[in-house]
Write a protein that binds this ligand. Structure first.
Ligand SMILES: [Cu+2]
Length: 664
């Protein structure tokens, strides 16, 4: 079963900015749920700022919530599972954050200007690029543009009152018959934001810029060679929910791609990519007035990889194959400087230079049984190897896990199958999946990683078994005149569920920590989610959308799992014409009654906020001007959600204006 949300972000080549055709038409033939939110398009489903961060775009998908440690670099959670259980890629490229405290999810290293769409695949549907339990998120770069349209420029400017937030973007594109070149730059800067009732949130400022260059050359008929470079640099990023900030988060993401396409042949397309990316992450506590001990905590992550993807069609079969591999090096250190200068500095590797090598093969076959029904199956097989390059790292981990060796091999398997039916009044699908994942670098090899959520130091366990998930998912959509009703639901039964377990015998390294947790596995855990989506068109101009979600997660120790979303809802009324649109949105959560005190969570009370979004478009001869403006959190509610790390309050009232000027 395809459960894909496509969030389209950047689209210069779209001609009808306000066109209704682009709007959340669910492509029921492929059972894709498509949410299109374009940088320069206005969708009537979820009105959006054109210059929203990727994080804000991602948050619009049903099963996605963003875990917030501040105003920047939110961590995506899909089906109530975070990074370790997800496979997040940039255009099929593996890339791993360099922070031991998850301050830099890889979604923070790209910007809307780099991307065209985001594909979000739930559960084992998300294994096209790698193994996962919760699902896959692929941030996709715009494809080749041999439009022969010459030079095109666009300028974006944005301002928001809350936090004095400024955004500026520039995009220049040359597109010929045989050659194209696209370059874009975006700059974002925000001061501390204010929560409701004008309460300033200290250390919530950030500043970042991102530049990218992409070019393509048509080698021959059907053959295209492309190169892409993205450079992203964030400085002075505050994390109000954490004890430290970030003075530098820097990424260089490069790739070369060969593309072959032939609609008349059996092999419809063959895409091969070689890539390299490097990340530097420097944590900083120099701006915090009271810290028990000064620390330096830098981290680095380098990844080399390749993939080769083929798409074949043969009678009723549509087959996709992906052979891929990567080599990653993750290293992080911590130096503590005692206040007493006579005491020696303390140094240790928090990620002792972990090398991960992976190669795998993915197969997907979609078989059309007849005009209305289809079945599909996927398989991913992989070899996964970890090596500890620093001998001192092996020795340190042996204190806690005496039979630790410097290398560990794993074989990983993922399987899924789905049945889909599509009739004029309804469509439905039913899916089953089984998947395995290896522990992440922190889970396997982290050394005294302080988690400010439950205030424990965490130590990895290289001998953890693979986590295994059995998954069941279903969706059904009805369409009755102007009314659309849909239900989607997933259930995961996860064996060897990896989570920290208190070790009373060890004492923490971090001053003020509650104790030490060793990564271990619960016998099993269950996670369930269900969403009810409704939309109703009153007329061509006025429509209503709503979504209600319920989630549940419990471990075999009978304790609630942490970070499980409580009852959530969003309701929106829209008015749309060709030149103007408006939307009033109510969004909220119920009381988080099933919180996990065992894992450091407290109860988050119910909240609701009201937002208003407006948009205008003007045609000026060959130019186009698009305004998006509105008010978020109109009532200036002071609130935080279950996904806000340490209950950091969210933004209070915010007026914003985004302007886009497009020159053809
Ligand atoms: Cu960090």
């Amino acid at each position: 079963m395809k459960k894909i949300f496509i969030i389209s972000i950047c689209c210069f080549c779209s001609y009808n900015i306000f066109s209704q055709e682009y709007i959340v038409e669910k492509d029921t033939t492929k059972l894709q749920e498509t949410i299109i939110i374009a940088q320069r398009k206005l969708s009537n489903y979820r009105q959006e700022k054109t210059l929203s961060s990727i994080d804000a775009y991602l948050e619009k998908a049903n099963q996605v919530t963003m875990i917030k440690r501040g105003n920047y670099a939110w961590e995506p959670s899909l089906n109530n599972m975070v990074s370790d259980r997800l496979n997040v890629t940039i255009d099929g490229m593996q890339i791993f954050g360099a922070c031991t405290d998850k301050m830099d999810p890889i979604t923070s290293y790209v910007d809307v200007s780099n991307l065209e769409q985001v594909n979000i695949n739930s559960g084992q549907e998300g294994t096209e690029n790698g193994h996962c339990v919760g699902g896959g998120i692929d941030l996709q770069i715009a494809p080749s543009k041999f439009h022969n349209s010459g030079l095109k420029t666009s300028v974006d400017l944005g301002y928001e009152t809350n936090g004095n937030y400024k955004v500026a973007g520039l995009d220049v594109e040359y597109s010929g018959n045989k050659f194209y070149l696209n370059t874009d730059a975006i700059f974002r800067e925000s001061d501390n934001y204010d929560a409701g009732d004008n309460k300033e949130i200290l250390y919530s400022q950030f500043q970042k810029y991102n530049i990218s260059l992409q070019g393509g050359y048509q080698l021959a008929n059907n053959h295209v060679l492309e190169a892409n470079v993205i450079y992203d640099k964030a400085t002075d990023v505050g994390y109000p929910a954490l004890p430290m900030d970030v003075s530098l988060a820097e990424a260089l993401i490069t790739s070369v791609t060969h593309n072959y396409k032939n609609a008349d042949a059996k092999i419809k397309s063959l895409e091969s990519k070689l890539y390299f990316n490097t990340i530097t992450h420097i944590m900083d506590d120099s701006k915090r007035p009271d810290v028990p001990i000064r620390m330096d905590m830098p981290g680095w992550s380098d990844t080399y990889g390749f993939y080769s993807k083929a798409s074949l069609a043969e009678k009723k079969h549509h087959i996709r194959i992906n052979l891929n591999g990567f080599y990653n090096r993750s290293l992080a250190e911590m130096t503590m400087y005692p206040n007493d200068p006579n005491q020696p500095d303390m140094f240790m590797y928090t990620w002792p230079d972990i090398r991960t090598l992976y190669t795998g093969l993915y197969l997907n076959d979609n078989i059309a049984l007849n005009a209305q029904e289809s079945i599909s199956g996927t398989l991913r097989l992989g070899f996964h190897q970890n090596k500890i390059a620093k001998q001192v790292g092996v020795e340190s981990l042996q204190i806690f896990h005496p039979n630790t060796s410097d290398s560990k091999n794993r074989f990983l398997l993922s399987l899924s199958g789905a049945y889909t039916i599509k009739k004029s009044m309804f469509d439905a699908s039913l899916g089953l999946g089984y998947g395995e994942r290896a522990p992440s670098v922190s889970e396997g090899y982290g050394f005294f990683l302080f988690n400010s959520f439950d205030r424990y130091d965490y130590i990895g366990n290289p001998n953890l078994k693979n986590e295994k998930a059995l998954e069941f998912n279903t969706r059904i959509n009805f369409k009755i005149n102007n009314l659309k009703l849909g239900v989607t639901s997933s259930f995961f039964h996860i064996s060897n569920y990896i989570i920290g377990e208190i070790d009373d015998t060890a004492s923490p390294m971090t001053i003020g920590a509650n104790g030490v947790r060793l990564y271990n596995a619960l016998n099993n855990a269950s996670i369930f989610d269900v969403y009810l989506n409704t939309s109703y068109g009153f007329s061509k101009k006025v429509s209503f959308n709503s979504s209600v979600g319920y989630n549940y997660g419990v471990g075999s120790n009978k304790e609630n799992l942490p970070l499980i979303r409580p009852l959530s809802y969003v309701a929106e009324i829209n008015y749309n014409t060709k030149k103007f649109n408006a939307a009033l949105q109510l969004e909220g959560n119920g009381n988080q009654s099933k919180y996990s005190s065992f894992y450091g969570e407290d109860e988050t009370p119910t909240y609701a906020v009201l937002n208003l979004n407006l948009g205008n478009m003007f045609h000026l001869k060959q130019h186009k001007l698009v305004f998006k403006y509105g008010v978020e959190n109109i009532l200036d509610t002071n609130y935080s959600t279950y996904a806000d790390w340490n209950n950091i309050p969210r933004q209070g009232r915010n007026f914003y204006l985004n302007a886009s000027y497009i020159l053809f």
